[in-house]
Write a protein of this length. Sequence first.
Length: 100
Amino acid sequence: MKKALMITGGHIDGLLLKSAYESNAFDYILGVDGGCNGLYLSGIIPDAIIGDFDSIEKVSMDYFQGRGCEIIQYEKKKDFTDTELAIGYLIKKGLESVHI
């Protein structure tokens, strides 16, 4: 079963995130807009980042752009939340289990 780690916005406990990342064998890591800030602070480089990027810090975006992450950007005006778009993206990629 292919499983993904998807990090969304909100308060992110960096130690908990780092522990979850290190103790699981994830096939794919996806940062969702503001969740990318937590990934950046934890030193985790995702396979891709997704969203309208209204919540990501400039330092996080600059860091991931220089690390070969796929960047999927949406317009701010849209019918779905960044998290909904991220789940759809992972389903299309064939991931069967998503840890959020």
